[in-house]
Design a protein around this ligand. Sequence first.
Ligand code: ZN
Length: 440
Amino acid sequence: MLPTRALFLLLSVSLALSATAYGQAQPAKAAPRRIAIRAGHLVDPKGARTLDNVVIEVEDDRIAAVTRGSAPSDREVIDLSQFTVLPGLIDLHTHVLLNGDITEEDYDHQLLKDSIPYRAILAGRNARIALDHGFTTIRDLETEGAMYADVDVKTAIARGEIPGPRMQVATRAMTPTGMYPLLGYSWELKVPTGVQYVDGVDGARKAVREQVMYGADWIKYYSDRSYRFEADGVLHSMVNFTEEEAQAIVNEAHRLGKKVAAHAIGSDGIAAALRAGVDTIEHGVGLTEPLMEEMAKKGTTWVPTVMVLAYVAPGRGGNWTRMIELEKSAFTKARKRGVKVGFGTDAGGSDWKELGQAREFQYYTDYGMSPMEAIQSATVRAAEVLGWEDRAGAVEAGKWADLVAVAGDPLKDIRELARVKFVMKGGVVYKDEATRRGGP
Ligand SMILES: [Zn+2]
């Protein structure tokens, strides 16, 4: 039997030949779509400066030039001369397939009563919300029981079927058997799990290969659980994987050219993840000063997700309230020790409809970052984490035309970023409350 691929090639060749035989010319490449954006101010996080009266020339999905002076006359002009323009924002920690999980019941309900197709529909809505908030790129860090549906959402967005941010996705995430919900149900019932259960070194390598095969851009694993304060004032935790298992996950992911994100809240979980060599530490509430030093030395990025902690703590009680204070002091110390901070909200852990992702910026500045540093964490720094520093996170020639605009000055009042008036992704306008042109 002729393999399908060979058949396809044969067909393509014969079609191409017949087109030539009938003298049909190849269709001319469409002329590039040219737009000039007049920006009153441009925040340049890469240069840590603001430029005034800038013209951003866009050709198709890319920025062609950034100049001063007047807009070229040969192109459509978008007048944002009364606005401040920034690069499209990047959220390094989201869950588009989750809609708030303050309590165990919230979480179990979504896995037990909502089908994966239903959750994927809501994920499409959530992706639109993220884009409306000015987040033109997200790293979605696992589907919480919705298998590989994040890959489908990413694909639908990339093909232009639904509006949403560019995505890097982690698919299912991993823990050893029994160390992540759903838990506590009768052993007679087969219930879904929020992660893929993975055991042993061979199992770890196989799971990484499987997730990559189905479209994972990142591998995420849960380094710890059961967070508790001890007499030393340090937040401790139970470590999930053996050293060998965690090492196997990280080695295999890196061998396949993928990076690894570790959920690590307590100091023990953070230490174990750093020993395994992960690329990003998610949450990191229990960071101690020696661990901060290790992160700074290794260049590991911390994604603190402050917003979600503040959101879930009142409903969870117990240690969670104390963890907010601990993270605040860790944040200050970590910055002094040169730990790289990447912007991440854990949106989805909070309700997408209730809490805007820009709230995270406010926490960072409340905790001592300058507004420029906070903006850098969600642009130039975040792009580096994604390996997309050549195409995102800055407004300069060659980068994707991903832009947002706000009416006020976000360097004076970071809350401006919660009031994004204009969003462009890849040269297409998705939101426009600035010039009233409207979006698609
Ligand atoms: Zn999360």
